[in-house]
Ligand binder design. Structure first.
Ligand code: CA
Length: 227
C-alpha cells in the first residue's frame, strides 16, 4: 500500500504537492502527528483528501459515511468540506488511533460534525439501516481492511442515495493487483472487489490512479445495462 500517488518519482510528487495542495494547517499538523504512528502508511494521501473535499462540495454533500477512520485525516478533510449542519459517520474499531483523530477534529472546530462508531463496521452499517438511514448518505469512503471490501460495499450501497457516490481506496494496491506473483489474501480480495465493481450494473464507475488507486462508484436510480 502507498500513501502517495503511485508512479510519480519523488521530484515530481514534491512538485505536485508544492503547487497542487492547499492543506489547512490543522490537517498538516494531523499528518505530522500520524507520521509518528506505527501504521502511518495507512494515512490517506493529502492530494486525495483534497480531491474528495472538492467532490463533496461539487455534490453539495451533507451526509458522509466513512469505513476506516484511522487517525481521522481523510475524515477531517471531508468534515471541513461540509456545511455547518453536515455529518460524517466514521467507523473504526481502534480506540487508540481514533483518540488522535478526535483531538484534531476538536482543534479544527468540527468535532460536532463527526460521529464515531467504534465497533466492527458491518455491525454499524446494519444498525444505520435498522435506524432508517437507508439511502440517506450523499458520499461514502471505504478505506478499511481489504478482506471485507465487497461486504462493506454492499452495506454502504444500501445507505447511499441514488446519485450518491462511493469512493473506494487502495484499489491499485501498490501495483500488486496486476502482478500475478502476488497471491496474498489482501491482494486477492482487492482484485475480486475490482472485478465485481467493473461488472456492477447498479453503479457507474471510474478507477483513478490517484494515491494508491481510488475507484468511484455513482449509484444509479435503477440498474443500467453495461456496455
Ligand atoms: Ca487507504
Amino acid at each position: 500500500m502507498a500513501n502517495k500517488t503511485l508512479g510519480l518519482d519523488a521530484r515530481l510528487y514534491d512538485y505536485l504537492l508544492g503547487l497542487g495542495l492547499r492543506e489547512p494547517p490543522v490537517l498538516a499538523r494531523l499528518r505530522e502527528a500520524t507520521e509518528r504512528e506505527e501504521m502511518a502508511v495507512m494515512r490517506s494521501a493529502p492530494e486525495q483528501g483534497q480531491f474528495m473535499a472538492m467532490l463533496l462540495k461539487l455534490m453539495h454533500a451533507a451526509r458522509v459515511l466513512e469505513i476506516g477512520t484511522y487517525t481521522g485525516y481523510a475524515t477531517l478533510w471531508m468534515a471541513l468540506a461540509l456545511p455547518d449542519d453536515g455529518e460524517v459517520h466514521s467507523c473504526d474499531i481502534s480506540e487508540r488511533w481514533t483518540f488522535v483523530a478526535r483531538r484534531f477534529w476538536e482543534e479544527a472546530g468540527v468535532g460536532d460534525r463527526v460521529h464515531l462508531h467504534l465497533r466492527p463496521a458491518l455491525d454499524t452499517l446494519r444498525m444505520l439501516h435498522a435506524d432508517g438511514a437507508a439511502e440517506s448518505f450523499d458520499f461514502a469512503f471505504i478505506d478499511a481492511d481489504k478482506i471485507h471490501y465487497r461486504d462493506y460495499f454492499e452495506g454502504v450501497l444500501g445507505l447511499i442515495r441514488p446519485g450518491g457516490l462511493i469512493a473506494i481506496d487502495n484499489t491499485l494496491w501498490g501495483g500488486a493487483v496486476a502482478d500475478p506473483d502476488r497471491q496474498d489474501a489482501d491482494t486477492r480480495a482487492i482484485r475480486a472487489f475490482n472485478d465485481a465493481l467493473h461488472r456492477d450494473s447498479r453503479v457507474e464507475m471510474v478507477m483513478l490512479p490517484v494515491a494508491d488507486g481510488l475507484s468511484l462508484a455513482r449509484k444509479l436510480p435503477s440498474p443500467n445495462p453495461l456496455p
